[in-house]
Design a protein around this ligand. Sequence first.
Ligand SMILES: Cc1cc2nc3c(=O)[nH]c(=O)nc-3n(C[C@H](O)[C@H](O)[C@H](O)COP(=O)(O)O)c2cc1C
Length: 205
Amino acid sequence: MKKFAIIMVLAALVGCGNAQNKQDEKQNGAPAGSAAVTEQEQTPNNNTMKALVTYFSASGVTRNAAKQLADIIGADLFEITPEQLYTEADLDWRDKQSRSTIEMNDKTSRPALKDGGKANLANYDVVFVGFPIWWYTAPTIINTFIEANDFEGKTIVPFATSGGSNIKKACEDLKAAYPNYKFGEGRLLNSIDKAEIEAWAAGLK
Ligand SMILES: Cc1cc2nc3c(=O)[nH]c(=O)nc-3n(C[C@H](O)[C@H](O)[C@H](O)COP(=O)(O)O)c2cc1C
């Protein structure tokens, strides 16, 4: 776990793709879900996307990031809520018997979600899925969420907060687990930069 701190600096620079290039290319694009703001975007059939920001947060950090993301891009919010909330003891990564350790050691674990974890995705083209990085990847409750819903025809965009690890492995693991779904460029949101987020979202169309 010491690794978290060591790679803290690198983590801020690494996402699942080339965010900076996309930012350069799409500097004039509208943020996801926002109203059309330029001449070009007011043409019929503009590709403004409807976005939903979903997130799981055990201790509030990802919730805060998700709210800021939704606010910046004008998206709706949906919380991925465990049937049984995680206690502080559950989150003790030093404890080999803690709930989180046991879940993360068993990649087939699918922690239950409140009300089955169904989200109404019908109206959305892009679904952001946010989570804390646990053991360098996404918590298995994110698998529960993805498997509880139908993402056919939508773009799943991972985002995460962490103690320093990047989101690369989480993105790779999710893409490998769900090869039939389309994934957009994931991003670590340990710090929120409005302009960067707008450019990222514009690049996801
Ligand atoms: C069980 C567990 C495992 C974690 N593993 C990692 C990790 O591998 N790398 C990392 O940088 N942070 C790790 N963290 C720290 C969380 O990713 C970080 O605190 C996150 O922002 C918490 O988000 P939340 O408040 O939304 O739950 C871990 C935290 C927990 C509870």
